[in-house]
Design a protein around this ligand. Structure first.
Ligand SMILES: Nc1ncnc2c1ncn2[C@@H]1O[C@H](COP(=O)(O)OP(=O)(O)OP(=O)(O)O)[C@@H](O)[C@H]1O
Length: 405
């Protein structure tokens, strides 16, 4: 640190200097000190700013650190409360364990309750009833906002879905009068992003039915050990909300051809599928519930699921042809501010492999090009560049997936 004001040497000879000399040298020293002061102040400001930055970083890292330290909890079901504690069965590995519980917790627990346990299997908290799981695994929409007009290039498929799903929901009496049972379930199959979910949502919208969606892969991978029960719950929720359209996406995850291996994972998938088949066979109790399932892997399906009375209407939902792509471009640009001269036929011809989802992505990307360029109007060039970009992204993804294969 520099000297304090009290002990500085005077910049002149006390005895010899004249008054004017003293003033001049003091002025000189003052100027130097002022400029140093200025410099120090700037440095101090910079240091403060730097300090703030590090402070924020520290807070972020501390937060992150805290989050990482919180170890995950596991889910288990209480089997029995004994004088020594509670017998719990862990989800996932199905192992039973006797664990101690506090008196306070003991009062709250009953057999069949779901609980969260920590690494040493102590019960940390009681979880909500099934509604909690249902809410996490099922998507329930009382009036999905998709209409038939939002779907392009699938007229035949739309017609068939309407006959098989909409008619029985709106005029169940007609089937009774004629004396036939309406098809139990409809299976939509085809590549990803072609509009299968949209079709199911649109039919629910049109019939004022509740749309209930569940993904097959989640059933078996995320809620291991609970698949069969969740299928039962799913149909129950559908009955409670009838008329309802039950949409089971990625059905191949629960209804794929039996493999030779006898791992417990397979047995669990089998149980889930058997439950699904039995729910579908119990037609009388199903009420006004129509089932639509979807898959990208038709070749993988277990033939049992395709027997009469189950998914006996198979509807292929392919990638759109040129006319279809043109219509889908029109649909997805309905609300976009387009420049004159955009030719959808040309765009459709330039995108031979695109699915509906790809076309939607391309329209959004074209809009992003305009925004990056500070324009509000989207030009043909934006679409062409968007197409180029998405194609390149696709190639990179394919390369990546090959690299990891
Ligand atoms: N035929 C179509 N007409 C208009 N938009 C479409 C069409 N197909 C797909 N899209 C767009 O792509 C998005 C995804 O479509 P959707 O979820 O229905 O595909 P999917 O066939 O169910 O796909 P996945 O098999 O991956 O679940 C839709 O929200 C929509 O924006």
């Amino acid at each position: 640190m520099s000297d304090t004001v009290d002990d500085v040497d005077m910049p002149y000879d006390e005895g010899a200097a004249s008054k004017q000399e003293k003033i001049d040298s003091l002025q000189e020293r003052l100027d130097v000190l002022e400029s140093q002061n200025e410099e120090m102040r700037d440095k101090l400001l910079d240091a403060n700013a730097e300090n703030n930055k590090y402070q924020q970083k520290l807070e972020r890292l501390t937060h992150e650190n805290k989050k990482l330290k919180q170890s995950p909890l596991f889910v288990a079901t209480v089997q029995e409360i004994t004088p020594d504690g509670a017998v719990i069965k862990q989800h996932g590995n199905n192992q039973e364990a006797l664990t101690e519980v506090t008196d306070e917790m003991r009062e709250k627990l009953d057999p069949d309750d779901r609980v969260a346990v920590n690494n040493s299997l102590s019960v940390v908290k009681k979880l909500e009833k099934e509604t909690d799981v249902r809410a996490r695994v099922m998507q329930v929409e009382h009036s999905p906002d998709v209409t038939y007009a939002d779907i392009g290039g699938l007229e035949d498929q739309m017609q068939e879905v309407r006959e098989t799903v909409e008619m029985p929901l709106e005029h169940p009496d007609m089937f009774e009068d004629v004396g036939i049972q309406p098809p139990s379930g409809v299976l939509l199959y085809g590549p990803p992003g072609t509009g299968k979910t949209m079709l199911a949502k649109a039919v629910a919208n049109e019939t004022d039915a509740t749309f209930i969606k569940m993904a097959g892969s989640e059933l078996v991978h995320k809620f291991i050990g609970e698949g069969a029960k969740l299928v039962r719950d799913l149909f129950e929720v559908a009955r409670e909300n009838q008329p309802a359209v039950l949409f089971i996406d990625e059905i191949d995850a629960i209804a794929s051809k039996r493999t030779d291996s006898k791992t417990s994972g397979d047995a669990e998938v089998q149980r889930t599928m058997m439950q699904l088949l039995s729910e579908m066979d119990g037609f009388d109790e199903r009420g006004e519930v129509r089932i639509i399932a979807a898959t990208n892997r038709f070749d993988m399906l277990d033939p049992a699921i395709l027997r009469p009375g189950r998914f006996d209407r198979l509807i292929e939902v392919p990638k759109p042809n040129t006319d279809g792509r043109e219509i889908i471009f029109q649909i997805h640009t309905r609300n976009m501010n387009l420049a004159d001269g955009i030719d959808f036929t040309e765009l459709a011809e330039l995108t031979p492999d695109a699915s509906g989802a790809d076309i939607k992505a391309m329209c959004t990307e074209a809009g992003m090009f305009a925004i990056r360029d500070d324009r509000t109007e989207i030009t043909l060039t934006d679409f062409l560049e968007a197409n180029e970009k998405l194609r390149k992204d696709d190639e990179t993804n394919v390369d990546d997936s090959l690299a990891f294969a």
